[in-house]
Design a binder for this molecule. Structure first.
Ligand code: SIN
Ligand code: FE
Length: 295
């Protein structure tokens, strides 16, 4: 795979449209084909006083990221309090609103059904961060989270590098989802009936896991734990410099975040049937490969 297949580049755009028709035509198709939409000159601008947040001391280091919940307005995992905490929450909220405007401006069909989930601030350097293999995001993976069943909903993320120096965020992206799934699916064991009910019942999951969720978690874990795959799998190296923004379906695009600090990220969830090309989604690919309904 070549870099020009992995990335679709958009120059000279603002956070809000109206955007040129040519950009709108390219964006939805490329994104759903599993490309990274890359905006090399779309910077998230800090307001006066916000530079103080470019310091890993804003994190309480209980988790990788500081997170903002747009439903409650609360920040999680921050060491800040009082007025400073409020100012950081406002900054993350502003990023989330700009991310939404960019997305629905470029893909107007997403306006209905797009759910804004958490916003995160990622101040801590990725390289050398101690983690277990399952939590190690420097290994190629598709996103799937144990406590959050998606039941076929998509995970779409908008990132900006806001590092104040020249620290690029380095990623690697892997082979197409279907190729990856075909390799690992035969290794996954079917879960016992009743397992999903039990996990929901004891509060391990928020809602019930579907067969789709079990498979996505299995792919996430088995892919990360396969050291030979991690060593030899095809990949393209990407470098996102400060002042750039990128959008990617992280449940579909195999990705590894290798190094970098000070990124903002907004997660969106979208129902599978809001896609321009529903047949390309991980849900439909896995249903074809396993010849059964998964949600
Ligand atoms: C990930 O989703 O694996 C991490 C992405 C990043 O923080 O750049
Ligand atoms: Fe990830």
């Amino acid at each position: 795979m070549q870099e020009f297949d992995a990335v679709e580049i958009f120059r000279g755009l603002a956070w809000e449209g109206p955007f040129p028709e040519t950009a709108i035509d390219r964006a939805g198709d490329a994104l759903e084909a599993g490309k990274v939409l890359y905006f090399p000159d779309l910077a998230f601008r800090l307001l006066p006083g916000e530079e103080m947040f470019l310091d890993d001391k804003v994190s309480d280091h209980s988790r990788k990221n500081v997170s903002f919940d747009p439903l409650t307005g609360q920040l999680g995992a921050t060491a800040l309090a009082g007025a400073e905490e409020k100012k950081l929450a406002a900054m993350l909220d502003r990023f989330g609103r700009q991310a939404r405007a960019l997305l629905v401006g470029l893909i107007p069909a997403y306006d209905i059904g797009l759910e804004r989930a958490r916003t995160s601030f990622r101040p801590v350097e990725i390289a050398g961060r101690p983690t277990s293999p399952r939590h190690d995001d420097t290994r190629l993976h598709v996103d799937a989270f144990p406590s959050r069943p998606m039941r076929g909903k998509r995970i779409l993320r908008v990132f900006s590098n806001i590092a104040p120096d020249d620290t690029v965020r380095r990623w690697e992206v892997g082979e197409p989802f279907a190729d990856f799934a075909e390799k690992f699916l035969p290794r996954l064991r079917r879960k016992l009936p009743g397992a999903a009910w039990f996990m929901e019942r004891i509060g391990l999951t928020k809602g019930r896991r579907s067969a789709y969720d079990f498979l996505m978690l299995g792919l996430h874990d088995q892919g990360k734990l396969d050291t030979e795959y991690q060593r030899s799998a095809p990949r393209v190296k990407l470098a996102f410099p400060p002042g750039s923004t990128w959008i990617v379906y992280t449940d579909q695009v195999l990705h590894a975040a290798m190094s970098g600090r000070f990124a903002l990220e907004q997660t969106f969830h979208l129902p599978n049937d809001r896609m321009l090309h529903p047949e390309r989604t991980p849900l439909r690919v896995l249903e074809r490969l396993s010849a059964r309904a998964l949600v």
